[in-house]
Design a protein around this ligand. Sequence first.
Ligand code: FES
Length: 192
Amino acid sequence: MIKFTINNQKVKGQEGWTILEVARWHGIDIPTLCYHGAVESYGACRLCVVEVDDGQRHRVVAACLHPIQKGLKVETDSDRVRNIRRWVLQMLVDEHPGSGKIKELAKAYGLKPSRFKSDRYEDYCILCGLCVRACDEVVGVRGLSFGNRGVRKEVTTSYHEPAPECIGCGTCLYVCPTEAMERLFDRVRAER
Ligand code: FES
């Protein structure tokens, strides 16, 4: 077992675990959007940031990706961490003001959508790729993928057509953190 501290609380976890996994094991809250224990972490949303001090370096890392190490000091709710999360959430809530889940998280950090109207009000997708990873890694189907690049990047199917591979299991709906998949599902699922 590897021993270290989170918020000055002594914790321990197994070799290969991430900070997020140990925090959750000990009931310590770290907010996430793009994480799900069933699939490989991707580090897309940056909401899970924490401060770490390994005795040599002090820095901010993504808890869902950072492996634990002996003697590490982790802060999950410092001013610096909260400021970064507020920054991330303000961008998300401005870009996707229609998503209830994002609004709820933003509210918990004292934020609300700015008065500038987003042209993506109806687009809840934050491109975290959880649906793509779950379809591939959990269901083994690969019905979804990323298409386009830059500001046009999107979750889609081959040729934007209903995916013949899709078995309609709804795993993508279940893991989607922002209700985006609810709007996409009927376009993804092929009629059988
Ligand atoms: S949960 Fe860690 S980056 Fe999204």
